[in-house]
Write a protein that binds this ligand. Sequence first.
Ligand code: FPP
Length: 251
Amino acid sequence: MNERLNTIDTSRLPQHIAVIMDGNGRWAKQRGLDRTFGHKEGANTVRRILRECGRLGIPYLTLYAFSTENWNRPKAEVDALMSLLVSALHDELPQLMENQVRLNVIGNLEDLPLPCRQGLDDAIRQTSANTRITLTLALSYSGRSELKNCMKKIAEKIENQELSSKEISDEIILQNLYTHALPDPDILIRTGGEQRVSNFLLWQIAYAELFFSPILWPDFSEEHLRDIIIQYQSRERRFGKTSEQINASKQ
Ligand code: FPP
């Protein structure tokens, strides 16, 4: 067994890791290839990182696969990404079943092309009883549009007198987010060297530990992931409290 794996404390694993998978385009460009090759290689990284999370026992992995802003990319690249998604869903389904992966999606799904929606619906249905790890793909996703959508739903409930404004709580907000069935991420990783959150899970990352890796997503390995988990376990998460309070609550 890898030595580094031994240094991960399996009793304090993060429950939810969210990833902004950046750097596919640059990875391809560095090799004189079309950007779509970078996305294909990025899909291989998805497979490796998903397998590693399953192996470690991390129950939730959420990946920023396509933002609402990504619709502004050249049509050929958008089309290639959508086809890659459809073929990956089809090809990976047996593996998802074998590894007990439950597929989930968040985002403005009505924007996606029909074959993509059908592929997703099919994979979500077939994997719905799997229990090892929930893989959530954020597709045509924007944190601000998720929050707008949440506010509209709550406002409608108030208009219909199903809810009063005094009852709005973190719990009510969570119930009206796309991520209502997921715990908040403990870790947010962004690969590719940029240090920003780019409209991803804005409500949910309030207390997430942030990790910015210079590694381009196609080169991001299981070992890079394990290094981040080890660093995460050495950080003290205080949720606004003092160190003393945190230590006292552990005793
Ligand atoms: C960002 O890199 C990556 C994306 C916009 C797409 C992510 C998609 C995949 C990893 C592949 C498909 C996913 C699944 C789930 C099968 P970039 O193109 O912005 O890279 P750059 O910053 O170097 O240009």
